[in-house]
Design a binder for this molecule. Structure first.
Ligand code: AMP
Length: 289
């Protein structure tokens, strides 16, 4: 089947309602475009599990701060359409900003307390409310479905799981593993901003995560020691500027007093123009699998 681009909410609803009334299961992959193999992995997972796969491409102004890269965010709809088709997407939802926000500035916002204020939320205060608002809107537009998100944005995934449950939205949220380049760098649309030297330096995020995981796997129980391991490695890389390096409870995202059986390592650093994120799940010795 060839991929179809649908820019109108009403057309998409009609199509998906008709599919569901025939008993089809809908899979949904929301993105901001400039797609790479990380996005394609979500699309392939949606293809494997569902009868009809819809992906969206929408660079959501609400989730960008005043000094962020909204106007320069990379875009390439032709390439994105090709990649989506190759990954098995049936329908690409490509609304304009006017289609999504016909009344201009929104008066309604979805905000998730506590989970949204730390880590990314501390540096980007309005980011998660903007993200949660557009994802809620997209869930209402697409309707009952399975929706696929990358663990690459771990805090985002945690917040999406939470408001979907809190608001009883009829969407099953599916988390998918991080896709990395051969040298360990997590794929990201913003990697395109990196110079060749910065691209090399950017691998320090994943190196720091792996070093910290090894420290935990060797039996360290003090979160401070683990966090210092990550911070030390990033500080030694002159082109990287650490924002945070933390070991957290995988659900509350709070730093525990002692390393729990299963934890998540979170890291963010500025490397040249982009702020880069990465994370890793770790099981401590004797911890549950
Ligand atoms: P974005 O276009 O950056 O908003 O990302 C859209 C979706 O793709 C989100 O669920 C991201 O977590 C996911 N994603 C982005 N990069 C990766 C990656 N390297 N591996 C897996 N998923 C990713």
């Amino acid at each position: 089947m060839t991929i179809r681009l649908i820019p109108q909410i009403s057309d998409l609803r009609r199509e998906l309602d008709a599919a569901r009334s025939e008993g089809k299961q809908v899979g949904f992959v929301p993105t901001m475009g400039y797609l790479h193999d990380g996005h394609a992995s979500l699309m392939r997972a949606a293809r494997a599990d569902n009868d009809l796969v819809v992906a969206s491409i929408f660079v959501n102004p609400l989730q960008f701060g005043a000094n962020e890269d909204l106007s320069s965010y990379p875009r390439d709809l032709e390439r994105d359409t090709e990649l989506s088709a190759m990954a098995g997407v049936d329908v690409l939802f490509t609304p304009t900003v006017e289609e999504m926000y016909p009344n201009g500035a929104v008066m309604t916002s979805v905000s998730v307390n506590e989970l949204s204020t730390r880590w990314e939320g501390a540096t980007r205060p309005s980011h998660f409310a903007g993200m949660a608002t557009v994802v809620t809107k997209l869930f209402w537009i697409v309707g009952a479905c399975r929706a696929y998100f990358g663990e690459k944005d771990y805090q985002q995934l945690t917040i999406i799981r939470r408001f979907t449950a809190d608001l009883s939205i009829p969407v099953e949220v599916v988390g998918c593993p991080i896709v990395r380049a051969d040298d360990g760098l997590a794929l990201s649309s913003r990697n395109t901003y990196l110079s060749p030297e910065e691209r090399k330096a950017a691998t320090v995020l994943n190196r720091a995560l792996r070093a910290a995981a090894a420290v935990i796997e060797d039996g360290e129980t003090d979160p401070e020691v683990v966090m210092e391991t990550m911070a030390g490695l990033v500080d030694a890389e002159p082109l990287a500027n650490l924002d945070y390096a933390a070991v957290v409870d995988p659900e509350t995202l709070v730093v525990p007093e002692r390393i729990p059986p299963v934890c998540r390592l979170l890291i963010a650093a500025q490397v040249g123009r982009p702020r880069l994120l990465d994370n890793l799940g770790v099981t401590a010795p004797g911890g549950a699998q």
